[in-house]
Design a protein around this ligand. Structure first.
Ligand SMILES: [Zn+2]
Length: 322
């Protein structure tokens, strides 16, 4: 009889404890309040925003902070951005010190720092390019290797599924389709790169953004400035690159849509002063995608544009003396 009474009194208490702990866990991992409100997701660079559209579809609200043609190394968040970031359920950013002016200011002051997820966090450090001259020691431009961007896509899929478990199956199914598209894009870039004669597989650009493209698809990459666009271009840098172009007979240099072309134009002038011509090929999308609504306004379209531009321009004749 006494046991029965104790059990009767204990049961509601145990139930309360169970609900309390389940509730805590839910609040931590599953921030979606219910089917009536979509998960409020904010991303920094356009390449991440695009993955979110593909994986999250119409089940999430996405706001991208850094738009077309804007350099993420230099981007300073506005008061409006700060408000948007603070109100987000989850934030996706590239990390590896790419968006250093956002992460170094807004994130540090946020109460709930754990809601900011770096898509590069789960990546095997052995697959990253070590660049001691860059803050943090790794090259952040991982999206130029499609197979690494697939890892970022998996991170986004898993985070959305955890934060909004109600729609987990939907996110997994969308991610499966998108990952299949990325896999075929990776093969496409491999095939086009392999068609360029080995000695012409040299990418000369404004800043060292294409190291992962070089590593994954067999290009040598020479940037006028380092990994960070904040670096200054010196006359010595221009002369050294001009000499390299002449010595190796590089036919084309490339400008980047999110960096000013001035430096590359100085190199062209320096090559010309030595009696050689080097072309400036079409613009490559390095750190930002193209206009929304155009093929280049998507990650897949941007990568396709880059490899097609590179492959067609490097098929031309080597630099020649006038
Ligand atoms: Zn960059």
């Amino acid at each position: 009889m006494l046991t029965k009474v104790i059990a009767k009194q204990l049961c509601p208490f145990l139930l309360f404890l169970l609900l309390f702990f389940c509730g805590c866990n839910n609040e931590k991992d599953d921030v979606k309040p219910g089917p009536d409100r979509k998960l409020n997701v904010v991303s920094t660079i356009g390449m991440i925003t695009d993955v979110l559209h593909n994986v999250g579809g119409d089940r999430i609200d996405v706001t991208g902070i850094i738009g077309e043609g804007i350099d993420p190394h230099l981007y300073k968040p506005t008061a409006r951005d700060t408000k948007i970031l603070k109100a987000a359920d989850v934030i996706f950013y590239n990390g590896l010190h790419l968006e250093v002016r956002i992460t170094g200011t807004v994130f540090d002051k946020m109460k709930d720092k754990a809601k900011a997820i770096a898509v590069t966090d789960g990546m095997d450090r052995k697959r990253l390019r070590e660049t001691p001259e860059f803050i943090g020691g790794y090259d952040p431009h991982v999206w130029h290797d499609v197979s690494l961007w697939m890892v970022a896509t998996e991170k986004i899929r898993d985070t959305l599924s955890l934060k909004d478990s109600h729609n987990a199956e939907y996110y997994r199914s969308n991610a499966k389709n998108y990952l299949a598209e990325l896999k075929s894009l990776h093969h496409e870039v491999q095939t086009l790169s392999a068609q360029i004669p080995i000695k012409r597989r040299v990418l000369v650009t404004t800043h060292d953004a294409f190291g992962y493209l070089g590593k994954a698809y067999g290009f040598e990459v020479r940037g006028l400035i380092g990994i960070n666009t904040e670096d200054e271009v010196s006359i010595a840098d221009v002369r050294e690159l001009a000499q390299y172009i002449i010595d190796n007979g590089i036919p084309t240099m490339f400008v980047e849509t999110s960096s000013p072309p001035r430096g590359i134009m100085s190199v062209q002038a320096a090559v010309k002063a030595n009696g050689y011509n080097v072309k400036i090929g079409g613009g490559l999308f390095s750190d930002a995608m193209g206009t929304p609504g155009t093929p280049e306004g998507t990650y897949i379209g941007m990568m396709r544009h880059n490899i097609n531009t590179i492959a067609s321009m490097l098929q031309t004749e080597l630099a020649y003396k006038e």
